[in-house]
Ligand binder design. Sequence first.
Ligand SMILES: Cc1ncc(COP(=O)(O)O)c(C=O)c1O
Length: 393
Amino acid sequence: MNQRQIFLQHVAQTSPAPLALEIVKASGVTLTDKSGREYIDLIAGISVCNVGHCHPRVVKAIRQQTSQYLHLLVYGEFIETPQVQYAKLLTDHLPDSLNCVYFTNSGAEAVEGAMKLAKRVTGRTTIIAFNQSYHGSTQGALSIIGDEYWRNAFRPLLPGILHMQYNDFSMIDSIDHNVACVILETVQAERGIFAPSKEWLSALRKRCSEVGTLLIMDEIQTGFGRTGHLWGFEAFGIVPDIILLGKALGGGMPLGAFITDKKLMDALTDKPVLGHITTFGGHPVCCAAGMAAMKVLLKEDLIEKVAAKEVLFRQLLQHPAIRVVRSRGLLIAVEFDTAETCKRIIDRCIENGVLTDWFLFAANCLRIAPPLTISKKEIKRTCEVLLHAMGNV
Ligand SMILES: Cc1ncc(COP(=O)(O)O)c(C=O)c1O
């Protein structure tokens, strides 16, 4: 059996049509396959590699930490330097009320922890989530996912979940004293990049505060400079009660987190004690990598350059096949008339050395979410390939 056959036979598959590229090296915005072919990466591991693949500082931090220690004990028992320092760095760059970090292994686990915390803090059980939102694939996260196609096969799921229309003022009054939390993506990514209005988010914030409902914002795709701000919510002039982080948080290593006020977080330590526990959450190597990546992000002024790169993509992407381009920083969706058209274009892009894909709830949209380190030259080259792929579709 060759490697491809073993992959298909012995590695669990998630779809009948995996990309199945065999990448042997990744550096900056470039992936190299085993035949030496290079691809410009417009996916960045789904908004993970914001500082580029294998940034030397991230790799160095991993090497250093592996020479000290790997796993020591379950999360929360020992004082582990990478965890402590990363929690400090994160909270130093967040509003005062977001001052306590619970590290997990993944985004979905951050979602799970935050949902539990909201129930525990408020003593309520109803959760409001939104149609066309994605929050992960575990049972709690799946319960709040905003699409019945993905939910239905796995019922029964969590009770007490209400799905509402995103960016819709008429849902605001549904937030009452029974609602533990409202959970939303700051920008709905897998819907094909839909940002809410400032006014709606303000109204949501106001109503949550009035009735004591926690506002949870999922920054798992929008965090770490992706939208041109360190945190996506900064553009909207509000502060959530809990934020969820993942993806770029680990700088290419698996890491998630939910962050809130210590006064709320402490609810997980009592009645029951150990209210939320994890063996590997906040793994020291992942925290060391994530902290190095965040320092690179801040030091190399990558965030400041996002807006100009977004503009360049938008200027260059002019083609009759494009219905609309929606973007928030370097989180860009290029919409075509059908999923088939989009798929044809994606296939041609990959054939021509640009790696892209579609969105979970928007198969007619092509994803542009490269490492934030992408240069103007690389953007121009990428857009040439994209336009060529659109050709005479
Ligand atoms: C917005 C959002 N929330 C949560 C998740 C779940 O993260 P993970 O796959 O690390 O569990 C994802 C993953 O794509 C996501 O995009």
